[in-house]
Design a protein around this ligand. Structure first.
Ligand code: FNR
Length: 354
């Protein structure tokens, strides 16, 4: 377990110091919102708050988990919790597994609830360790639990667990056992239509697509491993986030979180217009957290402003209206969606006011 802890630290350092992002894009460059010369709303009246899984968020934003299992996480989690409290966004933790196996590390997580008593906090555990689900929730009095799926990372890292049979069954069992909502998330390779349907049928409350285009686990492994061949080969593997957002939204009617390479409020506006309810960001937020919670707060405030400008320019005065805005899907994203049999024209032709 000490080894796991060191591995997590190594991941974190690599994320901070190296370029660990996909070379391929998240797909939002192919999404165009339609500019309105007559927005017919006042920008200062735009409301970006949302209700997400029964709780109000001040903006459609979730910090998503990337850190955990090391003493250093204490500081990061504390700064993240202060920022989540101040800005009213959701806080998703990194995997709690190491802290469950080593109770002396619990304090690195429990700090989030001490700092942010009322925040929407999402516990986190890998699908290979769902036996810890209940403990993960209890540790931080979580409002929801995220179960992360990471077959790509497991397949390319030397210590990986590549036994995936009966994963769905395990998820279904946890959904029944827990009394908080279960979110299933990927970790940077996206979720397709087929898998979204399977997850919905097991009763999961929400899906975080965590698609390709942002931070790449394979890239991290390429730097870490002595044999970097696999990490390099699979650096860009996965479903780009814009595409995964459509695939999942077309498959299910439960809340969808778009994440993986979301970097601005404009990306978020596009993701929400494509069908997401909220968006998530991991790496950019973690980088800010190293410099303290004030940096995280100003990043989120900038994000909110970027989002509001997009909403103003498409004439959407709240998030529900943004979801109905017409948009044009071009280039590679359109090509993918067409090949998969999705109707892209319906997005272009819909109208804000029905
Ligand atoms: C992750 N991610 C992740 N996800 C999760 O649910 N629990 C975790 O513990 C981790 N840990 C983790 C470590 C490292 C090194 C990476 C690269 C990723 C996935 C993460 O939440 C997110 O989906 C991806 O980083 C993509 O989002 P961004 O960074 O592009 O915003």
């Amino acid at each position: 377990v000490k080894l796991t802890s060191n591995r997590k630290l190594e991941h974190l350092i690599l994320c901070l110091c190296r370029d660990v992002e996909h070379k391929k894009k998240s797909g939002f460059q192919d999404i165009e919102l339609i500019h309105r010369a007559l927005p017919e709303i006042n920008k200062d009246e735009i409301d970006i708050s949302v209700n997400f899984l029964g709780k109000k968020l001040e903006s459609p934003f979730m910090i998503t988990g990337i850190t955990g299992g090391h003493e250093i996480s204490y500081k990061i989690n504390k700064e993240l919790a202060k920022a989540a409290k101040a800005t009213g966004v959701a806080l998703g933790l990194g995997s709690q597994r190491v802290a469950i196996e080593n109770p002396e590390l619990e304090y690195t997580y429990t700090i989030v609830r001490e700092v942010a008593e009322d925040a929407f906090i999402i516990g986190n555990i890998g699908v290979s360790h769902v036996k810890y689900a209940k403990k993960a929730v209890e540790m931080v009095d979580a409002d929801a639990l995220a179960i992360h799926l990471n077959p790509l990372q497991e397949a390319i890292q030397p210590e990986g667990i590549t036994h995936s049979k009966k994963t769905l069954e395990k998820i279904g069992k946890i959904v029944k056992e827990l009394d908080v909502p279960v979110i299933v998330k990927e970790t940077g390779a996206g979720i397709c239509y087929e898998d979204a349907k399977l997850l919905k049928n097991k009763g999961v409350a929400a899906i975080d697509v965590a698609g390709a285009g942002g931070t790449s686990w394979s890239a991290v492994e390429a730097y870490r491993s002595k044999n970097s061949h696999l990490g390099k080969l699979y650096w860009d593997w996965g479903i780009p986030t814009a595409i995964s957002t459509v695939e999942v939204r077309e498959a299910v009617d439960i809340p969808v979180i778009a994440s993986g390479g979301i970097r601005t409020g404009l990306d978020a506006a596009k993701a929400i217009a494509l069908g997401a309810d909220i968006v998530g960001m991991a790496l950019p937020i973690m980088k800010k957290a190293f410099f303290g919670y004030k940096e995280v707060i100003s990043f989120i405030e900038n994000f909110n402003e970027e989002l509001k400008i997009a909403m103003y320019l498409v004439g959407a005065k709240n998030i529900e209206e943004l979801k109905k805005c017409p948009l044009v899907i071009r280039g590679k994203v359109r090509e993918w969606l067409h090949e998969r049999g999705f109707d892209t024209k319906k997005y272009a032709r819909r109208s804000l006011h029905g």
